[in-house]
Design a protein around this ligand. Structure first.
Ligand SMILES: [Mg+2]
Length: 392
C-alpha cells in the first residue's frame, strides 16, 4: 500500500479557514481525513503540507510512527514550530483515519479503547459565534448571564466565557471588579450544578493573572484558562500554587518536551493539548502519557472544524485522564452540512456516545467545502487604553 497524494481543502468559516487534509492511497476508495486549521496562517500551513508531502508520497501509510519521525526530523528543522506542527498534525490524523479503515476499527479501538461510555462536552458562550464569544465586553455582565442561561437551555452542563478584560501588565482594581461582576452574574444565572470556565486568553501578565485567579476563586470555577502566557511557566506555577482553582493551559504548546517542563513545574492542573497543532495523535498520545504520569487531566483545545472535533472525541475514548471536550456548534450555520459524523450527541447533557465506524468515522463533503472558498480571516486585534498593542 502506498500514499499517492496529499491534498488540502480550505473552507472559509468566518474567523477561521478550516484546512482539511486528505491523504490518498493506491487502494481503491481508501483515503484519510485530517485537519490543520491555523487561523491567520492558512497559506503558510497549506504550503507546509505541500513541503511535507514530498517526504511521504510512495510510502506505506500504515507506518505512522516512522512517517511522523520523517516529518518531524528530516527537514533539519524540527517540526514543533506552530506552522509545521500543525501541518504534521493534519497529515498524521489522516494517516490514523486510514489505519482505522484498514483495520475496520474506530481509531479509539486502535489505542485500546473505549475507556468510557460517554464524553462530556462544553460550549463557548454563544455556541462559538464570533461576536458572542470573543467580542462581548465583560462590562456587559447581564449579556453574559443571558448567554449562560442559553447554554444550559441548549443542554450543556458546562460552558466557557471570556469574562476577563484585556489589561496592561499592571492595572488597578477596575478590571478585577469587572471580571468578578461578570462571573457572579453567570453563577447567579445558572446556579452551582453547572460548571463555569473562564478563559483569560493569556492576556494578563503573571501579576494580573494572579489577581484575577484570586478574585475569581470564590466562584468555584471548573478551571481558569491561560491566566498568563504559556511560556511564563514560573508565573503559571505561582498562580496555580496560590489558588485551588484548577489552572488550564496548553493550546499553544506544540511538543512533548515543552509539556514536560509545564507539568514538572506544576504549572497547570489541566492540559489543553490541541491535536491539530501538536503534531497529531502520534505526539498527543505521548503528551497524554506525560500528563497522566503527573495526574494532570486532559481537555483538548477544539474551537476549529469538524475533523478536529472527531479527532478530539476519538482521542477521548482512548484516554483515561480525559475530562471534557471543548466544542463549538454555532460558529457557522452550515457546519453540519460539511460533515457526516459517526458519533452521536445526546441533547440532554450534551454527552457524546462512541463512534462505531472505522477510523474517525466521518465523511467530509467536498461539494460543501467548495461553497466557502478561502477568504482572509476576519482580524481580531486588541489595543490597550493607551493605544499600545495587546494580546488578542
Ligand atoms: Mg483558550
Amino acid at each position: 500500500m502506498k500514499i499517492t497524494a496529499i491534498e488540502t481543502h480550505v473552507c472559509h468559516a468566518r474567523m477561521r479557514n478550516w484546512i482539511f487534509v486528505r491523504v490518498l492511497t493506491d487502494q481503491d476508495g481508501l483515503y484519510g481525513w485530517g485537519e490543520a486549521t491555523l487561523e491567520w496562517h492558512t497559506r503558510a500551513v497549506v504550503g507546509a503540507v505541500e513541503d511535507l508531502a514530498s517526504l511521504l508520497i510512495g510510502q506505506d501509510p500504515t507506518r505512522i510512527e516512522y512517517l511522523w519521525q520523517m516529518m518531524y526530523r528530516q527537514h533539519f528543522w524540527h517540526g514543533h514550530g506552530i506552522v509545521r506542527a500543525t501541518a504534521i498534525a493534519g497529515i498524521d490524523i489522516a494517516l490514523w483515519d486510514i489505519l482505522g479503515k484498514v483495520a475496520g476499527l474506530p481509531c479509539s479501538k486502535l489505542w485500546g479503547g473505549p475507556v468510557r461510555d460517554h464524553i462530556r462536552t462544553y460550549c463557548h458562550l454563544g455556541g462559538g459565534k464570533m461576536e458572542d464569544f470573543y467580542e462581548t465586553s465583560s462590562e456587559d455582565a447581564a449579556r453574559f448571564a443571558d448567554m449562560a442561561t442559553q447554554a444550559v437551555e441548549a443542554g450543556f452542563t458546562a460552558f466557557k466565557a471570556m469574562a476577563v478584560p484585556p489589561t496592561l501588565p499592571l492595572e488597578g482594581l477596575k478590571p478585577i471588579r469587572t471580571a468578578e461582576k461578570c462571573v457572579a452574574a453567570m453563577r447567579n444565572a445558572v446556579g452551582e450544578s453547572i460548571d463555569i470556565m473562564v478563559d483569560c486568553h493569556a492576556r494578563p501578565s503573571p501579576a494580573m493573572g494572579l489577581q484575577f485567579a484570586k478574585a475569581l476563586e470564590q466562584f468555584g470555577l471548573f478551571f481558569l484558562e491561560e491566566p498568563c502566557w504559556p511560556e511564563e511557566i514560573e508565573g503559571l506555577a505561582a498562580i496555580q500554587a496560590a489558588v485551588a482553582t484548577p489552572i488550564a493551559t496548553g493550546e499553544r504548546v506544540t511538543s512533548n518536551s515543552e509539556f514536560r517542563r509545564l507539568f514538572a513545574a506544576r504549572a497547570c492542573s489541566l492540559c489543553q493539548v490541541d491535536i491539530t497543532h501538536c503534531g497529531g495523535f502520534t505526539e498527543a498520545r505521548r503528551i497524554a502519557a506525560l500528563a497522566d504520569s503527573h495526574r494532570v487531566g486532559l481537555a483538548p483545545h477544539n474551537p476549529q472544524g469538524p475533523v478536529s472535533t472527531a479527532a478530539s472525541l476519538e482521542f477521548g475514548f482512548s484516554q483515561p485522564g480525559y475530562v471534557i471536550c471543548e466544542t463549538v456548534h454555532e460558529d457557522v450555520p452550515w457546519r453540519q452540512d460539511v460533515v457526516k459524523e459517526g458519533f452521536t450527541v445526546e441533547k440532554k447533557g450534551r454527552l457524546v456516545r462512541p463512534n462505531p465506524r472505522p477510523g474517525l468515522g466521518i465523511e467530509i463533503s467536498l461539494a460543501e467545502i467548495k461553497k466557502h472558498p478561502f477568504q482572509q480571516e476576519i482580524p481580531q486585534q486588541v489595543f490597550y487604553t493607551d493605544g499600545s498593542v495587546g494580546d488578542w
